[in-house]
Design a protein around this ligand. Structure first.
Ligand SMILES: NC(=O)c1ccc[n+]([C@@H]2O[C@H](COP(=O)([O-])OP(=O)(O)OC[C@H]3O[C@@H](n4cnc5c(N)ncnc54)[C@H](O)[C@@H]3O)[C@@H](O)[C@H]2O)c1
Ligand SMILES: N[C@H](CO)Cc1c[nH]c[nH+]1
Ligand SMILES: [Zn+2]
Length: 428
């Protein structure tokens, strides 16, 4: 864990160096993802199954790689009633939240008499990545698949590593109406969705979070398929004053650290004694968590405590551009309203980020590695696209045609110019 003191003369340089560590994929991870993509592109399902044997230690065949309808039913039935109820509760809140995002088609006639507008249509085939290396993620099934269903996507193909295919994951898939599930993960699963592999038909877009290998593969495949955002190892910034319970804040920091040794948790506070209390609480909790080993590695290698006036926190948060930021302060909006770059903002002492991970209704698939500077979290917009519509009649063509021909001539594109001028009444 690194400590930074805003008042130190070296702060700006040291903080920038710290931030630069988290831009893009590490070179070794990117190289590994590149090799996997090439192998699957040329080797198809055999290559996918080879990597599954190597990385996931599971031996699958063309016959067993797909989760059958019976397996989905049986797995979902094994899930406890309490968890099934929570899945249904979360799914409904996610459904309602994302339905509100649905934009309207538009159509109007402008002053030149041109009929203009646009129409939104759903994507046909989407691949959803549900992580499953270290933990099982039923919540991520919902965060990916429910918005896709709300948007009206025809085919949802889910991939998830074979090891942790737990009842709750299958119950969530059932709740979200997902019927196509492949037990593959990592860069090889992303490649299979993009290129197709044996029985796995290629998709038009791949969404969903994953570890650094999954994220590097998605980054490389952009263009072959659409991708949503670079949603890699989890991140949290907690802005907290000294009036918080240090145990609560420690839990919030650890809630993201436990996802992955590559996750990142950062505390910003103006009080040194409070920072020390949180650090002590983190150390104590690490000993009791079943995920303590990963969380300890994350806190040790990527964690940070920044001592700074709270008034500086919005600018610091913008520089970090984190996946999540919590403002555990008395009037959180006075600070949070000044933040521009964050995947999601959680306000007040009673809104821990974990609420957003599961049941708030907002999406938990969010940009990491500072991608919040230019990307949003997963939404209905990832599953629809806009087609523009234009219609001229004789009168409006008479206005637009000559300008079209003039611009085409200026670009040295005579066929374009002709396509307009040929339709204009001849001048003489
Ligand atoms: N940003 C978000 O919105 C968000 C949401 C949920 C989870 N997450 C993140 O998702 C990630 C889940 O990670 P995970 O590892 O548990 O599951 P994962 O499914 O992302 O990755 C597991 C796969 O990684 C591959 N792999 C493992 N080691 C490899 C290696 N050395 N070389 C190549 N491939 C390898 C394996 O094939 C395995 O199936 C965490 O980083 C978590 O923070 C992010
Ligand atoms: N915090 C993760 C996004 O970074 C999402 C998640 C799923 N389950 C628990 N948490
Ligand atoms: Zn989480």
């Amino acid at each position: 864990m690194r400590r930074f003191d805003f008042s130190s003369p070296d702060f700006a340089r040291a903080f920038k160096a710290f931030l630069d560590e988290r831009r893009g994929s590490p070179a070794d991870v990117d190289a590994a993802a590149r090799d996997v993509l090439e192998a699957v592109k040329h080797g198809g399902l055999d290559a996918v199954l080879d990597y599954t044997r190597r990385f996931d230690k599971v031996d699958l065949t063309q016959e067993t790689v797909r989760v059958t309808a019976d397996e989905i039913e049986a797995g979902a039935a094994e899930c406890s009633a309490e968890v099934r109820e929570a899945i249904a509760f979360a799914a409904e809140r996610i459904r309602v939240y994302h339905a509100r995002q649905r934009p309207a088609d538009q159509a109007w006639t402008d002053e030149a008499g041109v009929e203009l507008g646009w129409r939104w249509t759903p994507l046909e085939a989407v691949g959803v990545y549900v992580p499953g290396g270290r933990a099982a993620y039923p919540s991520t099934v919902l965060m990916n698949a429910v918005p896709a269903q709300v948007a009206g996507v025809d085919r949802i193909a889910m991939v998830t590593p074979p090891g942790k295919l737990q009842p709750a994951v299958l119950a969530a898939a059932k709740e979200a109406g997902v019927t196509e599930i492949w037990r593959i993960g990592g860069a090889q699963a992303v490649a299979a969705l993009a290129y197709g592999a044996g029985p796995i038909q290629p998709v038009d877009k791949i969404v969903g979070p994953g570890n650094a290998y999954v994220t590097a593969a998605k980054r490389r495949l952009y263009g072959v398929v659409g991708i949503d955002a670079l949603a890699g190892p989890s991140e949290i910034v907690v802005v907290a004053d000294k009036d918080n319970n240090p145990d609560w804040i420690a839990a919030d920091l650890l809630s993201q650290a436990e996802h992955d040794p590559a996750a990142q948790s950062i505390l910003i506070t103006d009080d040194e004694a409070f920072a020390a209390a949180v650090e002590a609480a983190v150390a104590a909790r690490l000993k009791t968590l079943s995920t303590g080993e990963d969380a300890a590695a994350s806190w040790r290698d990527h964690g940070a405590v920044i001592i700074a006036p709270l008034d500086e926190s919005p600018a610091l948060v913008d520089a970090i551009a984190p996946e999540h930021v919590e403002f555990a302060t008395e009037n959180p909006e006075t600070l949070s309203d000044r933040v521009r770059h964050a995947g999601a903002i959680f306000l007040g002492r009673l809104t821990p980020e974990a609420i957003g991970d599961y049941v708030a209704g907002s999406n938990h698939v969010l940009p990491t590695s500072r991608a919040a500077r230019f990307q949003s979290g997963l939404s209905i917009y990832d599953f629809i696209k806009r087609t523009s519509i234009v219609k001229c009649d004789a009168a409006s063509f008479g206005i637009l045609g000559p300008h079209t021909a003039a611009l085409a001539q200026a670009e040295g594109l005579p066929a374009h110019a002709l396509s307009a001028s040929i339709r204009l009444p001849s001048k003489g």
